[in-house]
Design a protein around this ligand. Structure first.
Ligand SMILES: CC(C)(COP(=O)(O)OP(=O)(O)OC[C@H]1O[C@@H](n2cnc3c(N)ncnc32)[C@H](O)[C@@H]1OP(=O)(O)O)[C@@H](O)C(=O)NCCC(=O)NCCS
Length: 243
C-alpha cells in the first residue's frame, strides 16, 4: 500500500515514483529528480532564455555541473522520502522541510516523460529577503506561529514551454497542495533579477505584492544584478478572501 504520508502525492504504479499532477495541465507532473536528468539540465542551463535569470548555474554549464547538482538534490529528496516512510504509521501528516516532487516533467502519449525544469521551496537567505523581518539568517525552519519562517521559491522551465501557464500552475499547486499543508509555509519573500517580467508576472498572479527594487544587489557570473523583491503571506491572502 502507498504510504499515506505522501498525501497528496500519487504513486506511479509501474515505477513506484511519487508524483503530483498539475490540475490545469494534466500532462505535466512533478516528480523527484533522477540521475538520467543530467543531459536535460545541461541543455536548459545553457539556454539564453533561462540561465541569465538564475544565480546558481555556471556558464558554460557542463555535464559535471549537472552531476554535482543532482548529487545534491537527489539525496535531499531521498532523505525527505525516508522521513515520510518512517512516519508511515503516524496518524497525522508529518510536516517536512521540502517536497520530494520538484522536477517538472511532460508526460507523452506513450507514457514516457521529458524533463522540463524544476520548482522548489527553500528558506530565504539573501539579506534583501530577510530585511525588516528581524531575522539575520535562517538555518532551519522554526515554525514559530508568532514569527513565521520566510520561504523562497527557485524555479526554471525549458524555453520551449514558456508562456503556457505551466509555472503558474506548478507554483500554485505546489504551494497549496504541499507548501502550506506539508511544510507549514505561511510567509514568502522572493526575488528575481531586475527586468525578469515573466517571473514577476508569475508571482503577481499568485497574489505576491511588489516590495522594492534594489540596484546592484548581487553578482552573478561576473556581473552585478539588481533584484525585484516581492512578498506574500497566508494571513494577508485570507484577509483579502474574507472581504
Ligand atoms: C519565469 C518562468 C519560470 C515562467 O514560467 P512560465 O511557465 O513561462 O510562466 P507562465 O506561463 O505561468 O506565466 C508567465 C507570465 O509572464 C508573462 N510574461 C512572460 N514574459 C514576459 C515579458 N517579457 N513581459 C511581460 N510579461 C511576460 C506571460 O505573458 C505570463 O503572464 P499571463 O499569464 O498574464 O499572460 C520561465 O519564463 C523561466 O524559466 N524563465 C527563466 C528562468 C527564470 O527566470 N526563473 C525564475 C527565477 S526568479
Amino acid at each position: 500500500m502507498a504510504n499515506p504520508q505522501l498525501h497528496p502525492l500519487e504513486v506511479n504504479p509501474k515505477t513506484g515514483e511519487p508524483f503530483l499532477r498539475l490540475p490545469a495541465h494534466k500532462n505535466i507532473i512533478l516528480t523527484p529528480p533522477r540521475v538520467s536528468d543530467g543531459p536535460f539540465l545541461v541543455s536548459i542551463m545553457n539556454d539564453e532564455r533561462v540561465y541569465p535569470w538564475l544565480t546558481f548555474p555556471p556558464h558554460p554549464y557542463l555535464p559535471e555541473h549537472a552531476e554535482s547538482w543532482l548529487n545534491r538534490v537527489i539525496p535531499e529528496t531521498e532523505k525527505l522520502l525516508a522521513e515520510l516512510e518512517d512516519a508511515r504509521n503516524d496518524t497525522t501528516l508529518k510536516i517536512v522541510d521540502g517536497c520530494p516532487a520538484r522536477v517538472i516533467r511532460e508526460v507523452k502519449e506513450d507514457g514516457t516523460d521529458i524533463f522540463l525544469g524544476e520548482i522548489w521551496f527553500g528558506l530565504s537567505r539573501h539579506w534583501w529577503e530577510l530585511e525588516g523581518s528581524g531575522k539575520a539568517s535562517q538555518e532551519t525552519p522554526r515554525r514559530d506561529p508568532n514569527d513565521p519562517d520566510i520561504w523562497m521559491v527557485g524555479d526554471y522551465l525549458a524555453s520551449s514551454h514558456h508562456g503556457q501557464g505551466i509555472m503558474s500552475d506548478a507554483f500554485n499547486t505546489l504551494l497549496r497542495q504541499w507548501g502550506i499543508p506539508r511544510m507549514g509555509v505561511q510567509r514568502m519573500v522572493v526575488s528575481t533579477f531586475e527586468g525578469n517580467k515573466g517571473s514577476c508576472r508569475v508571482f503577481e498572479k499568485m497574489g505576491f505584492k511588489f516590495r522594492k527594487t534594489i540596484d546592484n544587489a548581487t553578482e552573478a557570473r561576473g556581473a552585478m544584478r539588481g533584484v525585484h523583491v516581492l512578498e506574500w503571506t497566508l494571513e494577508d491572502e485570507a484577509k483579502v478572501a474574507d472581504k
